[in-house]
Design a protein around this ligand. Structure first.
Ligand SMILES: [Fe+2]
Length: 135
């Protein structure tokens, strides 16, 4: 049985898929069962940081349009061709809404998520170090 919003990877070809509606069957790619990626959430001694940060910033005051915006960031991590954040994904606790933003090398790993209802959990996928979640 697949897990709702579970992210699965093929160990052979590198395909990454996500379950939107879960079913009874196993996900198979290249003739083998796909691996469910477990999200890590404790930083190690790698030097770069992987855990996504969710922060609210007060913006627009200089133009008289003060408002709060919520961002997910993974800024203390390389964004080079060989090593970068491939996407940030966010969903709320009851899994009724999901948002996803892809990144290319040299982009800033930052995603504005204002308007998402309820408590959210953020995920990011590093092309080398795998899946991470906010705490
Ligand atoms: Fe990494």
């Amino acid at each position: 049985m697949s897990l709702k919003f579970g992210i699965y990877k093929c160990k052979i070809c590198g395909n990454v898929v996500q379950t939107l509606i879960s079913g009874e069957g196993e996900l198979v790619c290249c003739g083998e069962e796909m691996e469910l990626l477990e999200a890590k959430y404790e930083e190690n001694e790698l030097g770069e940081k992987h855990v996504p940060l969710i922060e609210t910033r007060h913006e627009g005051c200089e133009t008289g349009m003060c408002h709060d915006e919520t961002y997910v960031t993974v800024l203390k991590h390389p964004m080079i061709q060989e090593h970068y954040i491939q996407f940030i994904e966010v969903f709320n606790k009851d899994k009724s809404e999901i948002r996803l933003k892809f990144f290319n090398p040299n982009q800033k790993a930052e995603y504005k998520i204002s308007g998402l209802n309820g408590d959210v959990t953020a995920y990011e996928l590093c092309n080398i170090h795998g899946l991470w979640r906010s705490v």
